[in-house]
Design a protein around this ligand. Structure first.
Ligand code: GTP
Ligand code: MG
Length: 195
């Protein structure tokens, strides 16, 4: 197996759980306390086995880059995003505003990543995005239906070299771990298409 490093950037509104998802995935921990991310940070997870679309296993290192959702703390230049191989677009299922902002985050990411994937970062929907509705453990407070998110994913997608598919959508919980492993593996799998 060949070893690759894949850079996965997490974006979305403040408070949706980006840092919590990164911490859950890289260290298996969760805290209910909120501490706003200032600037950005990254953590790695080594020796992740990812099967590509042809069923071939790859041994990869995932570099997870966490960003600040609060605009005033988000003064990151394009350097931070450059070379990103995949992007997690996160909203909170109890916060419709965070869902409405997905377009903004997707657009901003594509503008900043620029030189990342040659020719693949245009608006035709080819960049490997994965859409996450986080806080699935708070189903009683849900204000965004999965169907709404899936419709957005269909509209945001375009033709890929794997054919035309909606962007993948998962409901996750950094609190219970639901689907957390799966979203990172799916992001890596999509990134491998372009390697
Ligand atoms: P910024 O750094 O400001 O952009 O916020 P963020 O997106 O990194 O959010 P963060 O991970 O700090 O989480 C915000 C709050 O939501 C914290 O109190 C977390 O404990 C809580 N939280 C995050 N994920 C979940 C989840 O899946 N379920 C529940 N119930 N709470 C969560
Ligand atoms: Mg954060």
């Amino acid at each position: 197996m060949q070893k690759k490093t894949l850079k996965i950037v997490i974006v979305g509104d403040s408070g949706v759980g980006k840092t919590s998802l990164m911490n859950r995935y890289s260290s298996g921990k969760f805290t209910g306390q909120y501490k706003a991310t200032i600037g950005a940070d990254f953590l790695t997870r080594d020796n992740v086995v990812v099967a590509d679309y042809y069923g071939i296993n790859h041994l990869v290192t995932l570099q997870i880059w966490d960003t600040a959702g609060q605009e005033r703390f988000n003064s990151l230049g394009t350097g931070f995003y450059r070379g990103a191989d995949a992007c997690l677009l996160v909203y909170d299922i109890t916060d419709p505003h965070s869902f409405d902002n997905l377009n903004h985050w997707r657009q901003q990411f594509l503008e900043k990543v620029g030189g990342g994937l040659m020719g693949l970062t245009d608006s035709s929907g080819t960049f490997p995005f994965v859409v996450l509705g986080n806080k699935s453990d708070k189903a009683m407070e849900r204000l965004v239906a999965p169907e709404q998110a899936e419709e957005w994913c269909r509209n945001a997608s375009g033709a890929t070299i794997m054919g035309s598919q909606p962007l993948p959508h998962f409901e996750t919980s950094a609190k219970t771990s639901e689907n957390v492993e799966d979203v990172f593996v799916e992001a890596a799998r999509r990134a491998l298409i372009y390697e």
